[in-house]
Design a protein around this ligand. Structure first.
Ligand code: SF4
Ligand code: SF4
Ligand code: SF4
Length: 365
């Protein structure tokens, strides 16, 4: 059995009260994740350790104590064979994201997902639904980048001697004498936590401040681009249906709606959106976007949209694109520099103060 942990500062819900991300709770087949006021809460006794939330979280905020998808990726890529199975090498096929499927399939010249045990598994129905979508998306994109191999699902049966024995959580007690006291205490605390049958609320502490500010590219994105480098460049870069890509996006910005508040680039967890020292522009790097939707959630004027098509040039020759350029001028009220889109003469803060004063004195009717 596993213990699921959330790195609070990595969850995009920690970056803004406007975040609507619920991917982990939506995908969990055991209903072990609930969305609290801010961060997800976890019920360890319901968690079955399938790693579905780890695979779906855009910012890799979840970790399981006994399965690391990146370590799995490297060991699997270096071994013979292309079969992944909950009976052999990973907790559940749902542990693999679409990026993992594409990367492994292109490196291994084909990938087989064993679904032969899903019908006997409590979470199997939901896992099959989720994986069917991911397989479809992976194969659509593999075809578009002109990789011939495909991800397939197959029902595989094993003899009892072929199945790897799962380590039981209670093995912890058997190995107690082998460990140092500090490690044993840590494991004991985790053991107690894992048997709590309540949703445990997770909070942001002041110690997370630095991590909250750090922009980070996910491990699976690094693996994805490393795998793409080993693939032959397609004869042409196709433009594909963006709704078939769940893990990245192409953005557009509407100049008429943008208020130059610059919230979007400040909250972006990966630095896919950036600005310059003068705040005179917003640029977008599609290589880094993890489609967490946070920039859309914080944009009060709905100025950002996702393109309905996606040009696969971004995967082979990624370029940073300018989405909007502002004029930077001094505010007529406070003399501070500010970015403006429509020739405004006073900065946003002064304008809000002015609006508040008018409201207070009933002069804005
Ligand atoms: S999927 Fe990840 S980012 Fe989204 S709410 Fe869950 S933990 Fe947070
Ligand atoms: S796109 Fe939206 S969030 Fe970004 S600067 Fe413009 S108004 Fe602000
Ligand atoms: S650009 Fe938007 S959707 Fe993409 S990673 Fe940044 S905040 Fe998330």
């Amino acid at each position: 059995m596993s213990l699921l942990e959330l790195s609070p500062a990595r969850c995009v819900r920690a970056l803004s009260v406007n975040s609507l991300c619920s991917l982990c709770a939506d995908v969990c087949p055991a209903n072990a994740i609930a969305l609290g006021e801010r961060l997800p809460s976890i019920n360890q006794s319901l968690c079955v350790g399938c790693s579905g939330c780890v695979a779906v979280c855009p910012s890799e905020a979840f970790v399981l104590d006994d399965f690391n998808p990146t370590e799995f990726f490297f060991s699997f890529a270096s071994e013979e064979g292309n079969l992944v199975s909950c009976q052999k090498n990973l907790p559940c096929i749902a542990a693999l994201s679409s990026e993992h499927l594409i990367s492994l399939c292109s490196l291994k010249k084909g990938l087989i997902l064993d679904i032969g045990h899903c019908s006997d598994c409590d979470i199997g129905i939901k896992v099959l639904e989720v994986m069917e979508e991911r397989i479809q998306s992976a194969n659509y994109l593999l075809e578009a980048i002109e990789v011939e191999s495909r991800v397939v699902s197959e029902k595989i049966s094993y003899g009892s001697d072929e199945v790897d024995e799962h380590k039981d959580r209670r093995d912890f007690f058997k190995t107690f004498h082998l460990r140092g006291m500090v490690k044993a205490k840590h494991d004991f605390d985790k053991e107690v936590q894992s048997t709590t049958d309540e949703f445990v609320e997770i909070r942001i502490e002041s110690s997370h401040t630095q991590e909250l500010r750090t922009k980070k590219i996910t491990d699976r994105r690094k693996l994805f681009f490393t795998a793409l480098k080993r693939v032959e460049k397609p004869s042409q870069f196709h433009v594909v249906d963006a709704s078939m890509i769940g893990f990245t996006s192409q953005k557009m910005m509407d100049e008429a709606n943008c208020t130059a508040c610059q919230m979007c680039y400040r909250v972006c967890p990966t630095a896919a959106l950036t600005s310059d020292m003068r705040n005179s522009r917003i640029d977008f790097d599609p290589f880094l976007c993890v489609k967490c939707h946070l920039c859309h959630d914080v944009c009060e004027s709905d100025a950002i949209s996702v393109s309905t098509s996606y040009n696969l040039t971004e995967w082979f020759e990624p370029k940073v694109q300018n989405l909007i350029t502002y004029s930077v001028r001094r505010c007529d009220e406070c003399a501070a520099l500010f970015s403006s889109v429509g020739g405004e003469k006073i900065c946003r803060r002064c304008r809000l103060e002015e609006e508040e004063a008018l409201e207070l004195w009933g002069l804005n009717r």
